[in-house]
Design a protein around this ligand. Structure first.
Ligand code: ATP
Ligand code: MG
Length: 870
């Protein structure tokens, strides 16, 4: 049925470029590694950024691959003919090698000969130049397209917004691009005539950005200079090629998407035969479920912020659509499995993570169904008899009930209501400002990480020598104060220092940064933190003496003892991961980790709490690995080789072929950029100190190593010794002793509070043990009558009596305890604790104590906490 399958297109593309001297490299995970500036990998070139700036050397000067991409930016276009939130990009690149001529030649030849597209069907856009920005039109490309055989009338000059790429930051490599469009025919719109409008929305579909020609470097003053070395970046959408080569109306008809659409259509028809769910909604469901599967396969976990928010949003959108068309029992599994079936042919982690994809997805749907149910009831109640949903109500529905704003909007539209959007936006803005106050990311140097990202382009990459060395010499190439680059920083100032070389590990992969010192002559500074953006190391420092200056040569020294502790903890994380897999199965997957000098934290996907015997067994295994003293082995190898050797990795996180594999004998092999202890024996001892939930479906283990672990165990043992001494039984008998004490304590101690007056006492209006309640402000609780009465009542109720009175801001207390009870519960101790709330003084015996305090404001808290005093 298909003239050409997407599989054939992949093969033709890769074979063609490999035949033309392009090295095929492996794809990257859609979740970017070490690139906080990017939400998801959105193009083939994104993981290769450093090759274009020259910061990293590519494995060959021409490369090609197929890269899965996520484009959340296109989310609003989903449901049209040709935009998807996820697609695969066929990419080819040349670094400092061939340029426009060969790039266009290769593209035209592959399209017309490889894919056999008649050239009449093809159009190419080129950059028309910009007078305003002083940028020349790309006449070269026009000439080359004509030379290879494209008619001039099919070459369309386009403005800066459409055909000029980059830079990704304020400054950096950029240049004109040329894009190839496919003419899908007159049924989709008017033909393009030279000088007229070129409709790229319906009739002409972009299939290939056949060349971003990086030839310029944008400078900070907004001008452009020629780039030292030129490169070409191209990318073609596999789905769009499959659509156009098969002359299909939309991407939803291609071989990889159609089966998904069919499954969804069939289910919708059977769940609600009368529904008139539009085709566009089916397409949205198909797109979103496919993207969610890709994200979950890569290890994304739905959450309310950052990367986790995208799968959450997509899943919620699907649920909202299905709820609207009353298709509550939709079988998502069938759809996810179909997506997995397709992708597992190309990417092995889809099969490996199948269970996890389903589990995470199901949980999210389950919890969101509850949100929808609860939220719908709430919205109905809020809107009763109203024509407008106020911004405040909408805000509460979104923030407290978790309803998406879209859902509220749909509800309003369906019920003929309006929403006060302006008020809603103001509420959200206000909320964000408040949250920011409590979440200050700024360091003491007044520099935000956000600002550093913008500055990274100003510096060359830092050479990191800290795997081998704990001290080194480097040059200061940048000093930043209050988000501004400066020439020098003085004693007692805080600043950020960038050096050409560093032995300080920068926080990444869950491992905290090194600290230490730098000096130069009489200049001394303390390094308190190190962050890394695009491999530029930003050292957060306090200048202690002298002056730090640009170009200064500095001696750097890492705090070695602290580094060793961090390394021990990091290596223990690896051993722990292995032990977890041994005891819980290979499906254990890391969800996050934190390695500091005083502890290690490991989060992993797991549905249930670990029983203490399982935890003990895991801890024993980790300590066995420690005592077996495996030597650290670090090697750089290809991703494929590392996986072959059994390294733990869930996707290839590095585009270049080399990855860093850290092994301890045969027990642990992981792809890891962190620093590690030279042999497991040096970890000494590892003690798990807690196991708890860290979010839905995620457990968290916290553990200590070395001195910290020993100190922890000693302290716990000391506590046990103290308890044993206090109970006057050997440790082994503590439990049985507690059991006997426990039975005695089963009846709760009876407590009575009362405010009383002298007259009331004298009138003896108190009625029995319970129900004593006198209200007055008279100054009376320390009279002898009160004392006698308290003792009498305490005996009657066999409990504790607290009489108090308030006058002139002072509080007086009398506490009496039944004599028998006072053997275990001492009135003198109780009143000391009570008076602490009242800034008071007093005391007494085991069964009677009296005192007064000057702070009547503490009374309420005192009464609330009273039962904790004994
Ligand atoms: P458009 O203007 O159509 O959104 P684009 O200019 O954003 O495309 P590029 O960034 O140049 O596209 O990406 C290169 C190629 O990737 C495109 O030529 C197209 O084939 C494909 N592509 C881009 N965005 C999408 C998408 N959302 N869904 C499917 N394919 C896409
Ligand atoms: Mg686009």
């Amino acid at each position: 049925m298909y003239k050409i399958t997407s599989d054939e297109i992949r093969t033709i593309f890769l074979e063609y470029f490999q035949k033309h001297n392009h090295k095929k490299i492996s794809e990257s995970s859609v979740i970017p590694e070490n690139d906080p500036t990017l939400l998801f990998i959105n193009s083939g070139m994104a993981p290769l950024k450093n090759y274009f700036t020259g910061e990293e050397v590519p494995p060959a000067s021409n490369l090609c691959n197929i890269q899965p991409c996520i484009r959340t930016i296109d989310i609003d276009d989903i449901g049209d003919r040709h935009h998807l939130t996820s697609f695969e990009m066929l990419g080819s690149w040349s670094f400092n090698n061939y340029f426009k001529e060969d790039a266009i030649k290769l593209a035209f030849e592959l399209l017309t000969e490889g894919f056999k597209i008649p050239k009449e069907k093809l159009y190419a856009t080129v950059f028309m130049g910009s007078k305003e920005l002083n940028l020349e039109p790309d006449t070269e490309s026009i000439e080359i397209w004509q030379k290879v055989g494209m008619d001039r009338s099919h070459i369309v000059p386009q403005p800066f917004e459409d055909n000029f790429w980059g830079p990704t930051a304020e400054t950096g490599p950029c240049g004109p691009c040329t894009e190839v469009f496919y003419d899908t025919g007159e049924e989709f719109g008017e033909a393009y005539v030279e000088g007229g409008v070129f409709d790229t929305k319906k009739r002409y579909i972009e299939i290939w950005n056949a060349g971003v020609f990086m030839q310029l470097n944008k400078l900070a003053d907004g001008t452009y200079e020629p780039l030292k070395f030129k490169s070409v970046d191209t990318g073609a959408g596999l789905e769009r090629l499959t659509m156009t080569l098969n002359k299909l109306n939309s991407v939803y008809e291609i071989d990889s998407l159609r089966p998904i659409v069919e499954i969804i259509k069939k289910q919708c028809a059977s769940l609600n035969p009368d529904s008139d769910i539009p085709e566009q909604k089916i397409n949205i469901l198909s797109d979103h479920l496919r993207t969610v599967t890709i994200l979950l396969a890569a290890g994304a976990v739905p959450s309310n912020t950052g990367r986790g928010y995208v799968p959450r949003k997509l899943i919620r959108k699907c649920c909202t659509i299905l709820a609207k068309y009353k298709m509550d029992n939709f079988n998502f599994q069938e759809v996810l499995d179909r997506v997995i079936e397709h992708y597992k042919k190309y990417y092995s982690h889809f099969e490996t993570n199948r269970k996890q994809i389903h589990d995470v997805f199901n949980k999210e749907v389950e919890s969101y169904s509850a949100v929808l149910k609860d939220g719908t009831a709430r919205i109905e109640k809020m809107c009763e008899g109203k024509t407008t949903i106020s911004g405040k109500d909408a805000f509460v529905l979104v923030t407290s009930y978790g309803l998406p704003f879209d859902f509220i909007q749909d509800y309003a539209a369906e019920h003929g209501m309006t929403i006060d959007k302006e008020e809603y936006d103001n509420e959200i803005k206000h909320h964000k400002e408040i949250s920011k106050l409590g979440n200050n990311e700024e360091g003491g140097s007044g520099n935000s990480l956000e600002a550093l990202k913008g500055m990274a382009a100003n510096f060359t990459k830092t050479v990191f020598v800290g795997y081998e060395e704990l001290s080194c010499t480097g040059h200061v190439i940048g000093i930043i104060k209050d988000n501004e680059e400066v020439e020098a920083a003085l004693a007692n100032e805080q600043a950020i220092i960038v050096t050409d070389k560093s032995c300080f590990y920068a926080e990444s992969g869950g491992q905290i940064a090194d600290t230490g010192v730098m000096d130069s002559g009489d200049m001394q500074l303390q390094v308190t933190d190190v962050k890394k953006v695009d491999d530029i190391f930003f050292h957060f420092v306090n200048i202690l003496n002298g002056q730090a200056r640009i170009d200064q040569t500095v001696n750097m020294k890492v705090d070695a003892e602290r580094r060793t502790k961090i390394e021990a903890n990091h290596s223990a994380v690896h051993l722990l991961q292995k032990a977890l897999r041994i005891h819980l199965g290979d499906s254990v997957k890391q969800a996050g980790s934190l390695v500091t000098d005083d502890r290690l934290r490991f989060d992993f996907h797991c549905d249930k709490k670990l029983e203490s015997d399982v935890l003990d067994a895991i801890e024993a295994t980790v300590n066995q690995f420690i005592s077996e003293n495996y030597t650290r082995d670090v090697k750089e190898t290809t991703y494929e080789q590392a996986v072959k050797e059994g390294a733990l990795a869930f996707f290839s996180d590095k585009y270049s072929d080399l990855v860093r594999m850290v092994s301890f004998g045969d027990v642990s092999k992981e792809l890891c950029g962190g620093t590690h202890i030279s042999s497991t024996g040096r970890i000494g001892f590892c003690k798990i100190i807690s196991e708890e939930s860290a979010g839905r479906g995620i457990r968290r283990i916290v553990a200590l190593t070395r001195k910290e672990a020993v100190a922890y165990v000693q302290e716990e043992l000391k506590l046990l010794n103290d308890i044993s001494a206090k109970l006057r039984v050997p440790k082994k008998q503590i439990l049985s002793k507690l059991d006997t004490l426990g039975t005695k304590k089963e009846q709760p101690i009876n407590v009575e509070f009362s405010v009383m007056t002298k007259e009331q006492i004298s009138k003896k209006t108190m009625q029995g043990a319970n129900g004593i309640s006198y209200m007055t402000n008279e100054y009376a609780a320390m009279t002898d009558e009160v004392r006698d009465e308290a003792i009498r009542v305490a005996e009657i109720i066999k409990g504790v009596v607290c009489f108090y009175s308030i006058a002139d801001g002072k509080v007086q207390l009398t506490i009496a305890i039944d004599k028998e009870l006072s053997k275990t519960c001492n009135a003198n101790g109780v009143i000391k604790k009570a008076l602490a709330y009242l800034d008071g003084k007093g005391g007494g015996s085991a069964y009677l104590a009296r005192g007064s305090g000057n702070n009547a404001n503490g009374l309420k808290d005192m009464l609330e906490n009273f039962k904790t005093f004994f």
